[in-house]
Design a protein around this ligand. Structure first.
Ligand code: ASP
Ligand code: MG
Length: 425
């Protein structure tokens, strides 16, 4: 058994969807669980539907949803060559459900409605691809992953209930492979025990695939992307990047956690736990070598790994009464961050000040400051970058920090992290 994941870019055009079919057909001897995310930028479009709905701009929301509907119906028709197909009834049902949501007055919080609306992209893409493949002779079964992935109700970042999900994979997914070699499922979504839809966090389909790989005890997982494989830095941000043929789980989980966009950070654990290798391959040319991520990859040959996380804020939290910020107060501070669902990227301590670098999310930061205000004086600095370099070399750091002011620096023999400010434009 192999698990494949195809992202939005691989479904952006008819030709690309056909190319995905060719890739799948080149594995005739394998059982494949194929995880698919929403087509192109559909998730961003659906986010706009959710935002407008929640701001009571229901007409705009309905219009945006209608545009998404038309695009998908057109894509489906282009692929199938007809509108006379049960697929169109299935698509209609998905849209009717979404329209019902838009017809309700919002009484719950935004994250709940976001999840009821935004997961639609994956339902549409998988239904279309599955129907097209079956018509093209790539025989497959489609599953609604919401009947399989059980989660808690932490909307927009739901946590998998592994026990129940494992049971459902065994009961509902495994038997499908008795009849077909290919099963197609949505990435990114799941459902609570109340049958409410959830999402697993933006770009979460890599993780969905890893959950399947773990529970199906797959031989491998492959993420098919529009790039050659993993590089030592994001080629959109840095010149002269280097391809990485093999790399250990531990390196990738750190790079992803600190902002490398290639793989969702939650993807590594389920694979590492069962020692399942992860391949990153290019769907545009499947014969390119790509990257393999596994336990005992040789890290000695690695180039410096560079990750830049933009739009960071450095917050300094200082006790008003000059009491030390030691373990007990730090644990109070952490509890507040946890409560506001703010992830801390880097911390530094002084006698009466705790500083930390976080992603800039103005709404969350406002709530954080309110919660901390009584005991602490807060100051913060926005518009920063967090640079992480593993296996660094000194000359390189000078180059990467050129023209920037370093506000905070942490260094071990192996890794450097810098919070930097850009010069005023
Ligand atoms: N479609 C979702 C997103 O764009 C999930 C994914 O792509 O992995 O965030
Ligand atoms: Mg996507």
């Amino acid at each position: 058994m192999k698990v494949f994941k195809f992202g939005g870019a691989s479904l952006e055009t008819i030709e690309r969807i056909q190319q995905v079919g060719k890739i799948i057909q080149s594995f005739p001897d394998d059982k494949l669980l194929v995880v698919i995310s929403a087509m192109g930028k559909t998730t961003n479009e659906l986010e706009k539907v959710a935002q407008n709905y929640f701001m009571r701009k229901r007409e705009i929301a309905a219009q945006l949803l209608y545009n998404i509907e038309q695009q998908h119906i057109q894509t489906a028709e282009n692929l199938l060559g007809t509108r006379e197909h049960p697929l169109f009834v299935q698509l209609q049902q998905f849209f009717t459900e979404a329209e019902w949501t838009l017809g309700e007055k919002p009484t719950r919080n935004y994250d709940y409605y976001y999840d009821q609306l935004v997961g639609l992209g994956e339902l549409l893409s998988t239904a279309i691809v599955s129907a097209y493949f079956n018509q093209a002779g790539i025989v497959n079964s489609w599953v609604d992953v919401r009947d399989v992935f059980r989660t808690d109700d932490n909307f927009r970042d739901a946590n998998i209930n592994w026990e129940i999900t494992e049971l459902q994979v065994n009961q509902k997914v495994m038997p499908l492979f008795n009849a077909v070699n290919i099963v197609i499922a949505q990435g990114f979504i799941g459902s609570t025990d109340q049958n409410e839809s959830v999402t697993l966090g933006r770009e979460g389909s890599d993780f969905s695939a890893a959950v399947f790989a773990n529970l199906l005890n797959a031989d491998s997982q492959t993420i098919w992307k529009d790039v050659e494989g993993l590089k030592n830095a994001d080629p959109k941000l840095f010149a002269d990047t280097i391809n990485i043929p093999e790399i250990a789980y531990g390196e990738v989980i750190e790079m992803a956690y600190y902002g490398a966009q290639v793989i969702h950070p939650k993807t590594i654990k389920p694979l590492q736990n069962k020692q399942i290798p992860l391949y990153v391959k290019c769907f545009l040319d499947k014969d390119l070598p790509g990257t393999v991520i596994r336990q005992d990859a040789d890290n000695r040959k690695l180039p410096p790994l560079i990750v830049l996380k933009k739009n960071q804020v450095l917050i300094s939290i200082t006790s008003r009464d000059f009491s030390f910020i030691t373990e007990d107060r730090i644990s109070d501070i952490y509890e507040i961050f946890h409560d506001k669902k703010i992830k801390i990227n880097l911390t530094q301590n002084a006698a009466i000040t705790f500083s930390c670098c976080i992603d800039n999310n103005p709404e969350k930061i406002e709530l954080l400051i309110k919660a901390l205000h009584e005991g602490f004086k807060i100051s913060y600095n926005e518009g920063l970058e967090l640079l992480t370099v593993r296996h660094y070399k000194n000359g390189l750091l000078e180059e990467l920090t050129k023209g920037r002011k370093v506000l905070l620096e942490q260094r071990s023999d192996n890794t450097v992290q810098l919070v930097m400010k850009l010069p005023p434009q």
